[in-house]
Ligand binder design. Structure first.
Ligand SMILES: Cc1ncc(COP(=O)(O)O)c(C=O)c1O
Length: 384
C-alpha cells in the first residue's frame, strides 16, 4: 500500500439501499445522482458497481463529470447533466446523446442551433423555477419556451420537465415546498396544453421521495439515500415514527481507513504537536496516522475527533496537521506500526459514522463526503 488511506465501497450495502429505494419508488425509474464524485464515493468506482446492480440512469452536475462517467463504463447508460454545460461541452453532450438541463433561453437557443448543426436531437430537461430561486425558467417565461419548442420540434427530445425542492427534508419548509409543487403543476399543465409532454415530469430528490411521495411521477433523482444516509435526522425520525421501526434500513456504502505509521512515547507535562493546545496529562503512547486535512480529515477535529484502533475508540490529540494526526493509544494494548485505523466505518463492536464525524467537524454529511479527495483509492468490497 503506497497510499496513506483507502476508501472501501460496499457493494452489498448498496444493493440493500437500492432494494429499499425501489420499494419506495413503486416502479418509477431511479436516476442515481453521482455529482460531487458520487458524493465522495468515487465516480469511476461507484458507477460501474451501480450499473452491475441494475441502475441505468445517472445525474451529474457538469459536463466534465459526464465525460468522466462515460470513460468509466463499458456501456453507455442514460446521463443527465443537471447544471453546467456550455460551449463545446454542450456540443459534445448533444452529439453523444447526453441529456442536458435547459434553464435559460440562451442555453435553449444554443442547444437548438447545435442540434441542427450536428444533426442529432438535443435530449433536454427544461428546468422550472418554482421557488428555489437558483436556476430555471420563471413561469412567466414559459410561453417563450413553448413557442421555441413548438417551432423546432424536430431538433430535440423533451426527456424532462423538472424542478428542485428547496428543502423537502425539513417540515419547517413544507409551506415553501407545497407552493413549489403547485407552481410546477401549473407549468406542466401549460406544457401539456401546448402538446409538449415530457417523458418525465420529475421533482423528487431523496427527501422528496420520502416526504412528498406523490411528487414521484415516473422518475426521481436520488442522491444521498442510495449511499446509505438520510437527508437529515428529521427525515429518519419521520420514517422511523411513521413505520414504527427502530433499526435503520439503510446501510452505509463508504468506509475510510488508514494505518499506524509511527508510535511515539510522550512524557507527562510535554506539549504534543504544533503549539500548546494539548499537553500530556500523564505519560502517553501516541500513534501517528498519515491522514490530515489535506486528505479530508477536517482541522475542526483537532483535540475532538475519534478513530478506531483494535476495535476501540482512540481520541485525536493535538492539532490535525496537513498530512497526519496523532491519536492516544495509551490504554489500547499492543498497538503497532501497520495496524488498521478506521476513520469512518466499523471495527469490532464500534462504529465512527459519517454523521458523528461531520458533527464533530461541523460539516454536513453531504459536505464531508464530497470533500474526500479524489486521489484516495476506492476499493470495492462485499461486507455481509
Ligand atoms: C437538482 C438536484 N436533484 C437531485 C439531487 C439529489 O438530492 P439528494 O442527495 O438529497 O437525494 C440534488 C442534490 O443536491 C440536486 O441538486
Amino acid at each position: 500500500m503506497f497510499e496513506p488511506s483507502v476508501i472501501h465501497i460496499d457493494r452489498s450495502a448498496y444493493a440493500n439501499n437500492l432494494a429499499f429505494l425501489r420499494d419506495r419508488l413503486q416502479g418509477a425509474r431511479m436516476c442515481s445522482v453521482v455529482k460531487g464524485n458520487a458524493y465522495g464515493h468515487g465516480l469511476s468506482c461507484f458507477v460501474p458497481m451501480a450499473m452491475d446492480a441494475g441502475v441505468d440512469y445517472f445525474a451529474v452536475y457538469s459536463a466534465d463529470e459526464a465525460h468522466t462517467l462515460v470513460s468509466s463504463v463499458q456501456e453507455m447508460p442514460d446521463i443527465f447533466i443537471m447544471g453546467m454545460v456550455e460551449g463545446d461541452a454542450l456540443e459534445w453532450a448533444i452529439a453523444n446523446g447526453v441529456e442536458c438541463c435547459i434553464h435559460d433561453l440562451d442555453r435553449l437557443d444554443k442547444a437548438l442551433t447545435l442540434a441542427k448543426r450536428t444533426g442529432k436531437k438535443a435530449r433536454i430537461h427544461v428546468e422550472v423555477e418554482t421557488g428555489m430561486n437558483r436556476t430555471g425558467f420563471d413561469p412567466a417565461q414559459v410561453p417563450m419556451v413553448i413557442d421555441r419548442l413548438k417551432r423546432h420540434a424536430d431538433r430535440y427530445e423533451l426527456v424532462g420537465l423538472f424542478t428542485h425542492f428547496a428543502g423537502a427534508e425539513s417540515r419547517s419548509n413544507d409551506e415553501r415546498v407545497l407552493a413549489q409543487i403547485g407552481r410546477f403543476a401549473s407549468v406542466r399543465k401549460h406544457f401539456e396544453a401546448a402538446g409538449l409532454k415530457a417523458r418525465y415530469a420529475h421533482q423528487a430528490c431523496s427527501a422528496g421521495l420520502m416526504n412528498f411521495p406523490d411528487t414521484v411521477d415516473g422518475m426521481a433523482r436520488i442522491g444521498i439515500m442510495q449511499y446509505g444516509f438520510w437527508s437529515n435526522q428529521e427525515s429518519w425520525f419521520r420514517y422511523s415514527e411513521a413505520n414504527k421501526v427502530m433499526d435503520d434500513p439503510l446501510r452505509r456504502v463508504i468506509a475510510w481507513s488508514s494505518r499506524v505509521m509511527a508510535i511515539t512515547q510522550v512524557s507527562f507535562g510535554q506539549y504534543i504537536g504544533y503549539g500548546s493546545s494539548s499537553e500530556a496529562h500523564r505519560d502517553m503512547v501516541l500513534a501517528v496516522v498519515p491522514v490530515g486535512y489535506a486528505h479530508g480529515f477536517d482541522r475542526g477535529l483537532s483535540n475532538t475527533g475519534k478513530v478506531l484502533v483494535h476495535g476501540q475508540h482512540a481520541p485525536v490529540i493535538g492539532i490535525v496537521n496537513m498530512n497526519a494526526i496523532s491519536i492516544d493509544v495509551t490504554d489500547i494494548e499492543g498497538v503497532e506500526k501497520g495496524d488498521e485505523v478506521v476513520l469512518i466505518g466499523e471495527q469490532g463492536e464500534h462504529r465512527i459514522s459519517v454523521s458523528s464525524f461531520s458533527e464533530m467537524s461541523e460539516q454536513l454529511n453531504y459536505e464531508m463526503l464530497t470533500r474526500l479527495p479524489r486521489d484516495i483509492p476506492r476499493i470495492l468490497v462485499d461486507q455481509p
